[in-house]
Write a protein that binds this ligand. Structure first.
Ligand SMILES: [Zn+2]
Ligand SMILES: [Zn+2]
Length: 279
């Protein structure tokens, strides 16, 4: 808890002060804005409920798959086993980051598809994109995209210390790419995700937001044709259509939106798809 508060204080200092020096969108408020309260609720929910979810998913999956052999397997997985713990921690951390990015790149694309978009639209809902947007994630997306991927990768047997190293790094990267900073990292723009790279992904235009899916390594977007950082331009207008503004409304809305599709009259299906990005 103290560590989380320390990270939070560092983010406030680093990103709010840096945004004053070189903002991507100078018109955005620096310290207090309308959607900050909802972001704060998402942050509190993540601190209170999300901590042990990925480990619980690993235990559940291994128990379901291995039955009576599960306790021994889980002991090996949670302590690290096989080749991975023999590698230096930095190398293990890099492997975890790369594997996570590959999984999350494709899952992110899946969440931009018609079927799952309402769950992910919650993350795209803020008109004011800032470092606090990081935590604005629907629980269904958290379960699949964050905890699910982490649970799968844990099965590979990396040293437990790797996750302790990566936790603050992931938190910092997530906050950094959402921060209101005019940083594109110059020649390193293809190597590591920058604030400008990810802020383009939050633009309120389906043709633009279906780009820049990689959480950390934009080279994945380059490889798969989804890289978008036009030279000399900056993203301006953010958000996603039809999403409610309040926390509880955003929790419920994806379910009602998806259920509503099944109730829609046949001729209504020919109209524009509400809440879905263009193909
Ligand atoms: Zn997205
Ligand atoms: Zn984002």
């Amino acid at each position: 808890m103290m560590f989380t508060l320390f990270c939070l204080a560092t983010c406030v200092l680093a990103f709010n002060v840096a945004a004053r020096l070189k903002p991507c969108n100078p018109e955005q408020a620096r310290f207090v804005w309308n959607e900050l309260a909802v972001d704060a609720v998402y942050f509190l929910v993540s601190v209170v409920f999300y901590g042990g979810v990925s480990l619980a998913l690993t235990r559940w999956g291994v128990t379901a798959a291995m039955g009576a052999k599960a306790p021994g397997a889980l002991k090996a997985i949670e302590g690290g086993y096989g080749l991975m713990p023999t590698l230096p921690v930095a190398v293990q951390a890099l492997i975890v980051l790369v594997l996570t990015d590959i999984c999350q790149y494709w899952l992110h694309r899946l969440f931009h598809g018609h079927a799952l978009w309402p769950f992910h639209a919650v993350h795209h809902s803020p008109r004011h994109v800032d470092w606090t947007t990081t935590w604005r994630v629907h629980p269904v997306q958290f379960l699949v995209y964050s905890a699910g991927v982490a649970a799968l990768i844990r099965v590979l047997g990396f040293s437990p210390v790797v996750y302790q190293v990566l936790a603050p790094l992931n938190l910092f990267m997530g906050a950094l790419v959402h921060a209101n900073l005019d940083w594109d990292f110059g020649p390193f723009r293809y190597v590591i995700a920058s604030p400008v790279f990810h802020r383009w992904h939050h633009v309120d235009d389906p043709a633009v937001r279906d780009k820049n899916f990689a959480p950390t390594f934009p080279v994945l977007d380059l490889m798969f044709g989804t890289f978008y950082m036009p030279k000399g331009e900056r993203p301006r207008v953010y958000g996603a259509e039809n999403t409610p503004e309040g926390f509880l409304g955003q929790l419920v809305w994806p379910f009602t939106e998806i259920l509503g599709r099944f109730k829609a009259k046949p001729d209504a299906k020919a109209g524009p798809r509400l809440g879905a990005p263009a193909a």
